[in-house]
Ligand binder design. Structure first.
Ligand code: NQM
Length: 354
């Protein structure tokens, strides 16, 4: 329940993102009242989010709302909400595979899933996409252990691995029905392996794909071109008018430079990601496995195995995935990834007054 004083909240890093984790029962059930409260908790709208939990960037202005599942096949239900930084907007139009890494330990910590001695699988239904995933949480002595030796690019130090296995989603891998579309003369591959994403060779937009994210964000002509492509791609992908939504994302592709599969610069969709999202990387990886995709002359697909290393501005993200071409249309087979997560605080957050 929302008390007059404050709201129970756990602040966690999930992968390379950070956000507030709430039990659904601790928030108002009315979405309008919930969103108003969350904006005040995060300190939005304000470019600095100085009066709230938010970190003044879309990657640190996120919320996970978690509840017990009524479905015996699933343990918990996870709703992701993107909280606007400088705009008073709360969006459920996209999922977040990074915060998902924290949903497993959060569910165990809040008693929604009984911890096993060793490792505890938490089966999660993701409301935003309708897809399912299992996060396996290290639980020695039936307690969540956040310490360990797993390292992920973009996060200093090491922590316990949270292994995420995604189940096959229901939607098409190629939402436009094609491996390649032409948008105002620019070849693109529109793909959705958990995150609607538009793949574009960086060279097609006259950039190298190795620029600093800040430099790309400062390029107004590039930003305008990306927005034109995004609006057209949104319609082709059946997403309608995407002018006010955070999907589809755009990933610029360049040849790998660290021995991986491909180098990326991903727009989410206005800011350029300092790394890459989990589901964004899963979509890039699956798109690169589709015959005829726009990265064919850019990427170096592994000769064997199903692990693709997606390079990004601060390192790389390894994705296990493969595409099945035996059916009428290409389909992604199970996707898996290792992330880490960490509890930063657990307590009561005090929202800015209404
Ligand atoms: O793609 C950023 C992130 C994300 C989303 C974004 C994510 C994902 O890095 O699964 O995690 O694309 O807005 O958290």
């Amino acid at each position: 329940m929302t008390g007059p004083e404050g709201v129970r909240c756990m602040l966690m890093r999930g992968g390379t993102s950070k956000g507030g984790y709430f039990l659904a029962e601790d928030l108002p059930s009315d979405p309008g009242a919930r969103d108003d409260l969350l904006l005040r908790i995060m300190g939005s709208p304000d470019p600095r989010q100085i009066d709230g939990l938010g970190g003044a960037h879309p990657l640190t202005s996120k919320v996970a709302v978690v509840s017990a599942s009524q479905d015996p096949e699933t343990d918990v239900v996870y709703l992701f909400l993107q909280i606007g930084v400088d705009l008073a907007e709360v969006s459920d139009r996209q999922n977040c595979g990074n915060l998902l890494a924290g949903v497993g330990p959060f569910a165990v910590e809040r008693g929604l899933v009984a911890a096993r001695d060793g490792r505890t699988p938490v089966r999660i239904r993701m409301v935003n996409s309708g897809d399912h995933a299992t996060v396996t949480v290290p639980t020695p002595d039936r307690c969540v252990d956040y310490t360990g030796s797993a390292e992920i690019s973009g996060v200093p130090g090491s922590a316990a691995p949270m292994v995420i296995a995604f189940q096959q989603g229901g939607g098409p891998l190629l939402p436009t029905g094609h491996a390649r579309d032409l948008i105002d003369g620019t070849p693109v591959t529109c793909v959705d392996n958990g995150m609607p994403t538009v793949l574009i060779a960086a060279s097609a937009l006259n950039v190298t794909g190795y620029e600093d994210p800040g430099e790309l964000e400062a390029d107004a002509a590039l930003g305008a071109r990306l927005q034109e492509i995004r609006l057209a791609a949104g319609r082709l992908m059946g997403l309608g008018d995407v002018s006010a939504t955070t999907v589809p994302k755009l990933s610029l592709l360049a040849p790998p430079v660290h021995g991986g599969t491909v180098m990326t610069r991903t727009f989410i969709p206005v800011r350029c990601h300092t790394a890459i999202g989990v589901l964004g990387a899963a979509s890039v990886a699956a798109g690169l496995c589709v015959e005829g995709n726009v990265g064919e002359d850019v990427a170096r697909l592994p000769a064997t195995g199903e692990r693709l290393r997606i390079e990004h501005p601060t390192g790389f993200l390894d994705i296990d995935t493969a595409v099945d071409h035996s059916g009428a249309t290409p389909a992604a087979r199970g996707t898996a990834v290792v992330r880490t997560a960490r509890k930063i605080f657990d307590g009561t957050v005090f929202p800015r007054p209404a």
